[in-house]
Write a protein that binds this ligand. Structure first.
Ligand code: 5GP
Ligand code: ZN
Length: 115
C-alpha cells in the first residue's frame, strides 16, 4: 500500500466506496462523479501507477482487471447494449489518480470520439 494513495486507501477500506464486485486481486466500485448510468472503476488491490505499470505487473493481473470489468458490465446489464473501458494513462489523457483504474462506462449511447 502506498500511504498517500486514494485508491490504495479504498482497497484497504480506509475510505468508503460503493463496492460492486471483487476478485482476489481486483476491486470494482462506483465512480463518485458518474459520467454515465453505469460508471464503475476497476482497480488492482496492489498499487500500480498506471496501465503501463499494470502491463508489466504480476502474471495475469491485466487479464484479471479486464475480466472484472466485463463481469461488472454483465451485472450492470450493459454487456449486450455495449460498454466502454477506459484507462486514462498519464497527464495528456487526464489521469488524476495515480493508481491504475479501468473506467467501465455504459447505460447510454456513449458516442465516439469521446469529448
Ligand atoms: P482519472 O481522471 O484518473 O481517469 O479518473 C479518476 C476517477 O476517480 C474520476 O472519474 C473521479 O470521479 C474518481 N474519483 C476521484 N476520487 C474518488 C473517490 O474518492 N471515490 C470514488 N469512488 N471515485 C473517485
Ligand atoms: Zn495506490
Amino acid at each position: 500500500m502506498v500511504t498517500d494513495c486514494l485508491f490504495c486507501k479504498i482497497a484497504a477500506n480506509e475510505i468508503p466506496a460503493e463496492l460492486v464486485y471483487e476478485t482476489e486481486r481486483t476491486l470494482a466500485f462506483r465512480d463518485v462523479n458518474p459520467q454515465a448510468p453505469t460508471h464503475v472503476l476497476v482497480i488492482t488491490k496492489a498499487h500500480h501507477a498506471d496501465a503501463a505499470a499494470l502491463a508489466e505487473a504480476d502474471e495475469g493481473l491485466a487479464d484479471e482487471v479486464v475480466k472484472t470489468a466485463h463481469a461488472v458490465a454483465v451485472r450492470e446489464g450493459t454487456a449486450e447494449s455495449g460498454y466502454r473501458l477506459v484507462f486514462n494513462t498519464g497527464p495528456a489523457a487526464g489521469q488524476t489518480v495515480p493508481h491504475v483504474h479501468c473506467h467501465v462506462l455504459g447505460g447510454r449511447d456513449l458516442g465516439w470520439p469521446p469529448g
